[in-house]
Design a protein around this ligand. Structure first.
Ligand SMILES: [Zn+2]
Length: 424
C-alpha cells in the first residue's frame, strides 16, 4: 500500500509544482489582505473537483475586514464511506509583503534549479499544495477511506489569525467536535515535527514629562530621559535575568531556548514627518513597544511582573518618574504531547518516507496552532510541512521541489495511518 501511495505522489510531481505556482501568482499580501477571495476560490475549485464539499466564508467584522479587503476563508470536507477519524489540514493563504532585495519577480513563481521562487512559496503555499496533492494521491489509492478529510485555507495568519483560524474555531468549524487530528503545513523542514511555540506578550510602556522650551530644559521634565532610565534598567537587570531562563522545550533555533525581549519601537517627543526644522521642545511623552517571548516554564503573571516591578521601583526612586503600561497582545505557550496520536502518525510516516527519525521542534514565534489549541480546545495539533523556516519572509524566498514532493509523501502516508488506524 505505501509503495503504491508513494508512486501516486511521484506521478503528481509536476501537478504539485504547477498548483504551488498558481497559488503564488495570486498576491495575497497581508496587510492589507489582498485577493483572499481569488486564492480561496482557486483552492475551492480544486477540491470540489475531487469530491469535497466546499464552503467559502467571509469573517465579517474581524480586524481588517472591509468590502475592499474582505477576510475570506475556505473550508472543504470530504466525508468517507463510513465513520472514522477526522483529519484537518490548515494552511494560511496570506503572505507578507515582498520587501526589497529580490532578484526575481516575487509573484511570477519562477522555476529554476529545482526550486520554485516567490513570496509564499515556502510560507506557506507550497505546504498547502503539498497537502492537497497528498490527499488527492491517497484518494486515488483508497477511494473508500473511512472518516473524513478537511482542508482549510485561511486568512490573516501573518497578522494574528483573527479573521482566519481564530474565526473558524469561534464559529465551531474547527474544534475538537469537528476534527481529531490537525496538521498545519508551515515550513518547518520536511524531517521535523513542530509541537508548538513559545508565548508572546506585547506591551506599550509610556513615560511622561512636562513640556517646556528646549533652551530651558530645566523648566520642563524630559519623558525621553525617563525612558532612558527604563532602558538602563533593562540592560542592567532585565536582559541578564532573561538570559538565565532556559527552557526544556526543543525550540529552534537554539538561541530561542531562553526568554527573549525585543524592543520593537521607541517614539518620544515631537512627531516627525514635517518639512523644515523641528521646534525646540522638551518631550512630554515617550512610548516604547516591547515584544517579550516567554517559555512554557514561565507563568505570564511573572513575565509581566518583572517589568512592572522595575517600573514601580523607578517611580519610587527617580524624581518625576511617571509611567503607564498597556497590554497589547498575549498568547500563552503551546506544546502538544510528543506521544499525541498526530505526532506518532507523522513521525512514523517520516521514518517510512525519509528513512530517519524526525526531530521534534518548537517554533520561536507563534502560528495558528494557538487558536486550534485554545479556542478549538483541540490539542492534537502540529505543524509539519515542506520548506526551510529561515527562508520565510526573506527576499528570493523559495521552496525546493524535492521537499514539496517528500512532504506530500509524508502527509499522504500519515493521513492513511491516521484514518485507517494503521499507525504503529
Ligand atoms: Zn506561515
Amino acid at each position: 500500500m505505501i509503495d503504491r501511495l508513494l508512486q501516486q505522489v511521484e506521478a503528481r510531481r509536476d501537478d504539485l509544482v504547477e498548483f504551488t505556482r498558481e497559488l503564488v501568482r495570486i498576491p495575497t499580501v497581508n496587510p492589507p489582505g489582498d485577493n483572499y477571495r481569488d486564492c480561496a476560490e482557486l483552492l475551492g475549485r480544486r477540491l470540489a473537483a475531487h469530491g469535497f464539499e466546499v464552503r467559502l466564508l467571509r469573517a465579517l467584522g474581524t480586524p481588517g475586514d472591509s468590502d475592499r479587503y474582505p477576510r475570506y476563508n475556505l473550508i472543504a470536507r470530504r466525508t468517507g464511506t463510513r465513520s472514522g477519524p477526522r483529519i484537518h489540514f490548515n494552511g494560511h493563504i496570506d503572505v507578507v509583503e515582498p520587501g526589497l532585495g529580490w532578484t526575481v519577480d516575487p509573484f511570477a513563481a519562477t522555476v529554476a534549479d529545482g526550486r520554485v521562487y516567490g513570496r509564499g512559496t515556502c510560507d506557506m503555499k507550497g505546504g498547502i499544495a503539498a497537502a492537497v496533492i497528498a490527499v488527492e494521491a491517497l484518494l486515488a489509492c483508497c477511494p473508500d477511506l473511512p472518516g473524513s478529510i478537511e482542508i482549510s485555507g485561511t486568512a490573516d495568519e501573518e497578522s494574528g489569525g483573527y479573521g482566519g483560524v481564530a474565526w473558524l474555531c469561534e464559529q465551531g468549524l474547527l474544534t475538537r467536535d469537528t476534527a481529531d487530528h490537525v496538521i498545519i503545513p508551515e515550513p518547518l523542514n520536511k524531517d521535523r515535527v513542530c509541537l508548538g511555540h513559545r508565548g508572546v506578550w506585547w506591551a506599550e510602556i509610556e513615560t511622561f514629562g512636562r513640556i517646556a522650551h528646549g533652551s530651558m530644559p530645566f523648566l520642563g521634565d524630559s519623558a525621553i530621559r525617563h525612558m532612558g532610565a527604563v532602558l538602563d534598567a533593562f540592560e542592567g537587570e532585565l536582559f541578564p535575568l532573561l538570559a538565565t531562563k532556559r527552557t526544556g522545550m526543543p525550540v529552534v533555533p537554539e538561541g530561542a531556548r531562553q526568554s527573549t525581549l525585543n524592543i520593537n519601537s521607541v517614539h518620544g517627543g515631537q512627531s516627525e514627518g514635517h518639512d523644515g526644522l523641528p521646534s525646540p521642545l522638551v518631550a512630554d511623552s515617550c512610548r516604547l513597544i516591547i515584544d517579550r517571548r516567554f517559555l512554557i516554564e514561565e507563568p505570564i503573571a511573572e513575565v509581566k511582573s518583572e517589568v512592572t516591578r522595575l517600573l514601580e521601583r523607578l517611580a519610587a526612586t527617580r524624581a518625576g518618574f511617571r509611567f503607564a503600561l498597556r497590554d497589547l497582545f498575549e498568547v500563552l505557550p503551546t506544546l502538544t504531547d510528543r506521544n499525541a496520536p498526530v505526532v506518532r502518525g507523522v513521525a512514523q510516516a517520516i521514518q517510512q518516507v525519509l528513512g530517519r527519525e524526525p526531530d521534534y521542534v518548537v517554533s520561536p514565534g507563534t502560528y495558528d496552532q494557538k487558536h486550534v489549541d485554545r479556542i478549538g480546545r483541540l490539542h492534537n495539533c502540529i505543524a509539519y510541512g515542506p520548506g526551510i523556516l529561515d527562508l520565510a519572509h526573506r527576499p528570493d524566498e523559495y521552496v525546493d521541489i524535492q521537499d514539496l514532493e517528500d512532504a506530500a509523501k509524508v502527509m499522504a502516508v500519515a493521513t492513511w495511518h491516521l484514518l485507517t488506524g494503521s499507525a504503529a
